[in-house]
Design a protein around this ligand. Structure first.
Ligand code: ACO
Length: 374
């Protein structure tokens, strides 16, 4: 019997702090009119000390579960797509697993820059379709503001922080993820990178002084590449799904620059109102931008059960990809009381995590005491 990976829950989380273009005017030589005209961005959210990539991811994940009857311990897999992981290791996904109490889940991070959410969604969907697992949380989460050079006007204006999460579940009837295109071209790796901090160029005083631990970008080249691949990947993925562009109800593009999305719409000969757009309020939240745009489009009634969607993105690597998805009816209505229980689970998960840490210390202490020579 065929298995299908359906989208059954979704959620988003953004920091409270809003950073406007006018505030950026105080940091670098730029102005509100230029930023709006050249990017479409008016403001973005910036994480304060209490927000991290894992905390935003966990909030989005719990909200994705909130609208369903799935409990965190029933999740089989967590993939966090991120370009701003909390550490090289442990993975941010493992931290999320602990925070939400997904005790039965395997967890790992996926690094493909802004395209990461599409790649992660496809990996999770394939695992569900193969029958090897049944429920997966796919999360895009970023605190890129911590990797932005706030003296570089080419990048400081673009990025914002946030997270979005999708819950995929296996079903026996058609729907959910239908087709996917995944591509990369490493020859363009130098166009958008964080040069230092990895094994090639470990962090040193010199890399810090030269700000090589921060984002560097050739904006013009990335722009040219993006306008080329957004339309071609969309066409390709729609064809793979056996559909035509007219069948697509809504395109959820990566929110990097409004002009890139407009160029894709022109290239595809689709009206701009067939694209979800919220870059004006969040800027480029990298892996989080597609799930956040979807959550808002659903909230605003721009998409509903039965709709066929295209998710399309590009990013550093270079990477790009697209995915088609059919939304299906939820199987049962979740009551408002059930919706509010998520914070109870969050508190219980934190408690469980503390107890496990204490238990591990005790075990280690007892083991060492026993192992001591008389
Ligand atoms: N404010 C005012 N002027 C500026 C600014 C600014 N913030 N930035 C550049 N300029 C100036 C330039 O110096 C240049 O001046 P000049 O002609 O006197 O030399 C002029 O504006 C035009 O510069 P361009 O670089 O050609 O500006 P462009 O229209 O390309 O916009 C931008 C720059 C917004 C960065 C654009 O290239 C872009 O969006 N590129 C894509 C970036 C992107 O999508 N990156 C994310 C990828 S996803 C990921 O993996 C993280």
């Amino acid at each position: 019997m065929s298995r299908y990976a359906h989208l059954t829950g979704w959620g988003m989380a953004v920091p409270d702090r809003v950073l406007t273009n006018h505030e950026i005017e105080q940091m670098v030589d730029t102005n509100d009119e230029w930023i709006i005209a050249r990017t479409g961005i008016r403001e973005r959210r910036i994480a304060d000390k209490s927000d991290t990539t894992a905390s935003l991811a966990a909030k989005a994940a719990l909200r994705a579960l909130q609208g369903t009857d799935v409990k965190a311990r029933e999740i089989d897999l967590i993939i966090v797509a991120t370009s701003s992981p909390e550490h090289i290791f442990p993975s941010t996904a493992s931290l999320v697993q602990d925070r939400i109490g997904a005790t039965e889940a395997g967890a790992f991070d996926l690094s493909a820059a802004c395209t990461g959410f599409i790649f992660a969604l496809n990996m999770a969907a394939q695992a569900i379709r193969s029958g090897s697992l049944n429920r997966a949380l796919v999360i895009g989460s970023e605190t890129l503001s911590r990797m932005v050079n706030w003296e570089d006007r080419g990048t400081a204006i673009l990025f914002g922080d946030g997270a979005g999460a999708f819950l995929l579940e296996g079903r026996d009837w058609p729907g959910g993820v239908m087709s996917c295109v995944m591509r990369s071209d490493g020859s363009g790796g130098d166009l958008l990178s964080v040069p230092a901090g990895g094994s090639f160029m470990p962090t040193s005083l010199e890399t810090l002084q030269k700000k090589l631990h921060l984002i560097q970008m050739d904006g013009r080249e990335v722009f040219r590449f993006a306008t080329r691949v957004m339309a071609s990947a969309t066409r390709e993925v729609v064809e793979l799904a056996g559909m035509s562009l007219e069948d697509v109800d809504l395109v959820i593009p990566h929110q990097a620059n409004k002009r890139i999305i407009e160029a894709a719409a022109r290239g595809l000969k689709l009206p701009l109102d067939r694209f979800a757009l919220n870059i004006d309020r969040y800027g480029n939240t990298s892996t989080a931008s597609i799930p956040i745009a979807f959550c808002e489009a659903f909230e605003q009634g721009r998409t509903r059960a039965g709709d066929r969607l295209v998710l399309v993105g590009f990013g550093a690597g270079l990477t790009w990809g697209a995915l088609t998805l059919q939304l299906t009816e939820p199987e049962r209505v979740v009551t408002p009381v059930e919706r509010r229980r998520w914070w109870v689970f969050a508190v219980l998960a934190r408690l469980r995590s503390v107890l496990r840490r204490v238990g591990r210390r005790l075990e280690s202490w007892i083991f060492r005491a026993r192992a001591k020579p008389e």
